[in-house]
Design a protein around this ligand. Structure first.
Ligand code: 3PG
Length: 209
């Protein structure tokens, strides 16, 4: 599966840090209500695998694992039902292992050298992280010039205001971020706000929730 294929056409990928897997199903429903049919659940909490399993059980919802930096996390993600994996950086061994498990993978890059490694490993899209700290869209445009046809998915500091600007660029197939479903929203079980912010995001990029 191509790295772009891993995202199954989703243009906004919520980055989830969840402490209570019991909130995962409600979260998926709130995102869906706002027109977002996928999530990247990060392996930054112990609840990640159970949350992935709960969301994977929801018909029509695409769930991936984020912050995957080890083989153990990769296997936990696969066992929980994740269909794609996102990493903050590029690790050739982990990429090969992810592909051998049949999962889609979106590796992270921050430099031209890392992008080159990803392109030469056959990737058609990469995560650009941490996007805002690295100069945002201007840096993506500079990187995209020598790598035509490669999609850059900015992550890190993307906001409701900047998402549409990023997505208007042909080099940006999708954006990811936590702004519509933050850890604080989840802790407060504020699913109404998550649904509202998701709907605002999808409307802002021209997708009807
Ligand atoms: C991350 O890895 O934390 C993502 O890039 C999301 O970043 P954000 O919380 O700034 O949206």
């Amino acid at each position: 599966m191509s790295s772009l294929g891993a995202l199954a056409g989703h243009r906004i990928v919520p980055v989830i840090v969840i402490d209570d897997a019991g909130a995962a199903a409600d979260l998926a429903h709130a995102l869906s209500e706002g027109g977002i049919g996928c999530a990247e659940v990060t392996f930054r909490t112990n609840a990640a695998a159970d949350a992935i399993a709960a969301m994977a059980a929801i018909e029509g919802f695409t769930v991936g694992a984020g912050t995957v930096i080890s083989s153990e996390q990769l296997h936990a993600a696969r066992d929980a039902g994740a269909t794609f994996v996102v990493s903050p950086g590029f690790d050739a061994g982990l990429v090969d292992e992810t592909r051998s498990l049949g999962l889609g993978v979106l590796p992270g890059v921050a430099t031209a050298s890392e992008t080159m490694a990803a392109v030469n490993a056959g990737f058609d899209a990469v995560k650009f992280f941490p996007a805002d700290r690295l100069g945002g869209l201007a840096t993506i445009r500079a990187l995209a010039a020598p790598f035509p046809g490669i999609g850059f998915v900015p992550s890190g500091g993307v906001t409701a205001a900047t998402a549409p600007e990023y997505l208007a660029d042909p080099a940006v197939p999708a954006v990811s971020g936590s702004w519509m479903a933050s850890r604080a929203h989840l802790e407060a079980r504020d699913f109404a706000t998550i649904a509202r912010l998701s709907a605002e995001a999808t409307r802002a990029i021209g997708v009807r929730p």
